[in-house]
Design a protein around this ligand. Structure first.
Ligand code: HEM
Length: 451
């Protein structure tokens, strides 16, 4: 059995300049190894106090019990505003509450069933695009997840001219400006300007112009009564139940940008790591392939079919525990607090780390091993309550969680029915986090057709 790859960790003491350089490169390997055991860690820098909380009751306090007292850090917003404007991912307070009141109904339970045919079509297209040979799983899954977003949001596949252009522009933007090269968690003082290259500004402008055109076209179709019943239409026609107001075009553009970004980067990361873990755990892969083949002949899109894929779901959950696409979440203490007898001053950063919680040695047995069968064990429910946060928790929980699980399970199952995935000898991915957890060296896999 192959141990899933882990990032390096930094030595206990490093000079400040080196620490900053390490953070810039990768927020995972910039952390000390003791975070897999510690309940809390304080980082005291001349201009910033930062507390990483790994203790379940503190995590619950921050995310679920008193989320208003731990708003999204302004540093996160600064890093992302160029592209995302005032999207629901970065706002706080009354603006955020209003935005969620409008967005949430589009993702509520029954809606998933309604958008399922679009997810289904996208999964079929992914299978049709896959050919035996060596692949870069990150690129392939990024394409697949971007296709899902466009089909569910705007009822067009990624091959549609406007969709393809948005996708290409996002890729160029990321090359110019790795997105989560987080102004947020960088241990720099607030007054250091967050630098955006001229190229990053230009690509962000281009992306926003393209999304504005899509959104305006949709507004026209809604007015004409010809709009398809997809996520964009639902969100643009839902009034805020408290004020009766809808999103204007500019605010909708901000939301589309975050749906596209949050929805495709994350799912792509999860799917690529899942394929790698299955390639390196062939017995699990064979088990999942058998489960997928037992579905028999596939006809029309069938939402109920997901219930027949419990082992695939467990493998995806286990992937999200080991490689949570959003590895850390940053909040800010609004008031003085005391955590574990330590004073947390207002303005201090409070970091919740799905990465460390998912591998915490006091929570999980065999924390660094890929063992999907653990999800059937009776103790796992309690462990997951304390240590499983890939979609966050509380009022800011990911609205796309149900959506992402449906998409992930379906794409994995349909791929495994037809193909086998094997590691490429010597190509071991190195986890690294910028916006999401990716591999510094790509995830190369060999694909062969199943007989
Ligand atoms: C495997 C896939 C996904 C993972 C692991 C994931 C994870 C997360 C996490 C951890 C957060 C909270 C971030 C924070 O509070 O700092 C979040 C927020 C968010 N996610 Fe997801 N996500 C996924 C897929 C999606 C999809 C498919 C969509 C939409 C189509 C989506 C839309 C959002 C939005 C809009 C927010 C902001 C919510 C708020 O702040 O109120 N995500 N996601």
């Amino acid at each position: 059995m192959t141990r899933p790859p882990m990032p390096d960790h930094r030595p206990a003491r490093v000079p400040l300049w080196r620490h900053v350089a390490m953070f810039r490169r990768d927020i995972l390997s910039a952390q000390p190894a003791r975070l897999y055991r510690a309940r809390m860690a304080e980082f005291r820098l001349p201009f910033l106090r930062s507390f990483l909380v790994n203790q379940p009751d503190l995590v619950r306090l921050v995310l679920q019990e008193r989320p208003r007292d731990f708003p999204k850090s302004a540093r996160v917003a600064e890093g992302l505003r160029l592209l995302l404007g005032d999207s629901v991912f970065v706002t706080n307070g009354a603006t955020w509450e209003r935005q969620r009141r409008i967005i949430d109904p589009a993702f509520a339970g029954g809606r998933l069933r309604e958008v399922f045919p679009a997810i289904w079509a996208s999964a079929q297209a992914t299978v049709a695009r896959t050919v035996p040979g060596e692949i870069d799983a990150e690129a392939a899954m990024s394409h697949a997840a971007a296709d899902v977003i466009f089909r569910t949001l705007f009822s067009v596949p990624i091959e549609d001219a406007a969709a393809a252009e948005v996708y290409a522009a996002f890729r160029t933007h990321q090359a110019a400006q790795p997105l989560m090269n987080l102004g947020a968690v960088l241990p720099l003082p607030r007054w250091v300007p967050r630098f955006h290259s001229r190229r990053a500004r230009a690509t962000a402008r281009r992306i926003r112009a393209l999304i504005t055109a899509l959104t305006e076209a949709r507004a026209t179709a809604i007015a004409a009564g010809t709009a398809p019943d997809d996520l964009a239409t639902k969100i643009m026609t839902t009034p805020d139940p408290e004020t009766g107001q809808r999103f204007g075009t500019a605010e909708m553009v901000d939301q589309v940008a975050i749906f596209f970004l949050a929805g495709h980067e994350t799912s792509a990361s999860a799917l690529a790591w899942a394929l790698y873990l299955l390639a390196t755990h062939p017995e699990v892969q064979e088990d999942l392939a058998a489960e997928a083949r037992a579905l028999g002949r596939l006809g029309a899109p069938d939402f109920g079919l997901l219930a027949s894929l419990p082992r695939t779901r467990d493998a995806l959950r286990e992937t999200l525990r080991l490689y949570p696409p959003v590895p850390m979440m940053v909040r800010e203490a609004a008031h003085p607090e005391t955590f574990r007898d330590r004073a947390v001053p207002p303005g201090a950063q409070v970091i919740v780390s799905p990465w460390h919680l998912g591998r915490h040695e006091a929570i999980w047995p065999d924390p660094h091993d890929f063992r999907p069968d653990r999800w059937q064990a009776p103790d796992t429910r309690a462990q997951a309550r304390d240590g499983y946060l890939p979609f966050s928790a509380g009022p800011r929980v990911c609205p796309g969680a149900g959506f992402a699980m449906a998409e992930g399970v379906l794409i994995l199952a349909l791929l495994l029915r037809r193909f086998r995935f094997d590691p490429v000898p010597g190509a071991v991915p190195v986890p690294q986090a910028q916006l999401t957890v990716r591999s510094a060296t790509g995830i190369r896999l060999r694909v062969s057709a199943r007989g």
